[in-house]
Design a protein around this ligand. Structure first.
Ligand code: AHM
Ligand code: MG
Length: 331
C-alpha cells in the first residue's frame, strides 16, 4: 500500500497546528503501539489457548472478563502509564481511574478514557472487535486528578478514536479537524491513510439495534423501529437491518454507509448498556466531526457531561436526519 502513514500524518498535523508541542502526537504513537500488540493477539485468538476464553474474573460491570479483555486493558494501561503523557486512565474494566501521580516521572497532562476491548462477546466467534478512546486535558489546578478532570463535558475532548480489529485493522480518529481512517499493513506494521476526511451520509440506508429486546421497550421506541421498517420511497424506507453486537463495528459501518445505531434504555435498564465516558462520548465527537449526530434520545450527547465514571446512557448515533427523526419520535 502506498501513501502517507499515520506517523507521518500526525507529524504533518503537528506542524500546521499553532502552539502544538508534539505531546499529543507522542500520545497517539503510544496508542498505536498498544493497538498493534492487541491486533496481533486478536489475530492469533484460537491458536494460543492463553488468549481465548474467560479469566474467571468478573469486572466492575458484573460481566465475565475474557482473557483478551484483560490483555488489552493491561497493555494499554502499561504503555500509557509509562508514556509520560497521561495523568489518569479511566477504563471500562477498572472501577476507579488509574492515576499516574505527578511525582512520578512518567506523569503527563492528558486524561485518557477507554473501552480497551469492545464487543467481548464476539471474540471467540471471529467477529470484529475494537478499542474506543477519548483524550482530554487535565483542567483542575493542583497536582492531583479530580472528578473535574475525569468527568468532563464531551465537547472538551481534544481527541477521540477507535481501533477496529476486523477483516483488517483500522485506526479512525479525530482531533476536531475531520475524521481520518488508517488501515494497518500487517506485513510491515504501519497504518496507512485509507479513508481521509470521512463524512457520514445525511440519511439511511441501515438501522441497527438489538431487536431481541423489543418486549422491554416502551411504545415510542417500538414505533421508532417500526418506522424504519415501513415502505416509503421518498425516505428510502424500509431501511435494512444490520447488527453485529460490537459497537465499534456497528458504528464503523454506520459512519461509512449511513443510517442509525441505537442502544436504547428499556424497562430493565433505563439507561441502556453503553457507557458515557468510554463509548458514547468519543463516538459522539467522531460522528459530529463527520457531519452526523449522537443523542440519548432527548438531547445531544456531545454537549453533556457524565455524572460518574461508569455512567451508562441510551445511544442513538449516526446520520443527522435519522438521529433527529429518532429524537422527534421519542419526545
Ligand atoms: P463490551 O464493551 O463489554 O463488549 O459491551 C458493549 C457491547 C457493544 O459493543 C455492543 O454494542 C453491545 O455491547 C451489544 O450488546 P447486546 O448484546 O445487548 O446487544
Ligand atoms: Mg464496549
Amino acid at each position: 500500500m502506498s501513501g502517507i502513514t499515520l506517523v507521518q500524518y500526525l507529524r504533518a498535523q503537528e506542524n500546521i497546528t499553532p502552539g502544538a508541542t508534539g505531546e499529543f502526537s507522542s500520545l497517539m504513537n503510544e496508542v498505536l503501539v498498544a493497538a498493534k500488540l492487541v491486533s496481533r493477539e486478536v489475530n492469533r485468538a484460537g491458536i494460543g489457548e492463553d488468549i481465548i476464553g474467560l479469566t474467571g474474573e468478573v469486572n466492575v460491570q458484573g460481566e465475565e472478563v475474557q482473557k483478551l479483555d484483560h490483555y488489552a486493558n493491561e497493555t494499554f494501561i502499561k504503555i500509557l502509564s509509562q508514556s509520560g503523557k497521561v495523568c489518569a486512565i479511566g477504563s471500562e474494566e477498572n472501577e476507579t481511574a488509574v492515576l499516574v501521580p505527578k511525582e512520578q516521572q512518567t506523569s503527563g497532562k492528558y486524561v485518557f478514557m477507554m473501552d480497551p476491548l469492545d464487543g467481548s462477546s464476539n471474540i471467540d466467534v471471529n467477529v470484529g472487535i475494537g478499542t474506543i478512546f477519548a483524550v482530554y486535558k487535565k483542567i483542575s489546578s493542583g497536582d492531583t486528578v479530580t472528578d473535574e478532570d475525569l468527568l468532563q463535558k464531551a465537547d472538551r475532548q481534544v481527541g477521540a478514536g477507535y481501533i477496529l480489529y476486523g477483516s483488517s485493522t483500522m485506526f479512525v480518529y479525530t482531533t476536531g479537524n475531520g475524521v481520518h481512517g488508517f488501515t494497518l499493513d500487517p506485513a510491515i506494521g504501519e497504518f496507512y491513510l485509507s479513508h481521509p476526511d470521512l463524512k457520514i451520509p445525511s440519511r439511511g440506508p441501515y438501522y441497527s439495534i438489538n431487536e431481541g429486546s423489543v418486549s422491554l421497550w416502551n411504545d415510542k421506541q417500538k414505533s421508532l423501529v417500526q418506522y424504519f421498517k415501513e415502505t416509503d420511497e421518498e425516505t428510502g424506507r424500509p431501511y435494512r437491518l444490520r447488527y453485529i453486537g460490537t459497537l465499534v463495528s456497528d458504528f464503523h459501518r454506520t459512519l461509512l454507509k449511513g443510517g442509525i445505531f441505537m442502544y436504547p434504555g428499556d424497562c430493565k435498564n433505563p439507561n441502556g448498556k453503553l457507557r458515557f465516558a468510554f463509548e458514547a462520548a468519543p463516538l459522539a465527537f467522531i460522528v459530529e466531526q463527520a457531519g452526523g449526530k449522537a443523542s440519548d434520545g432527548k438531547s445531544n450527547i456531545y454537549t453533556q457531561s457524565p455524572t460518574e465514571l461508569h455512567q451508562r446512557i441510551p445511544l442513538f448515533i449516526g446520520s443527522k436526519e435519522d438521529v433527529e427523526l429518532a429524537e422527534s419520535k421519542l419526545r
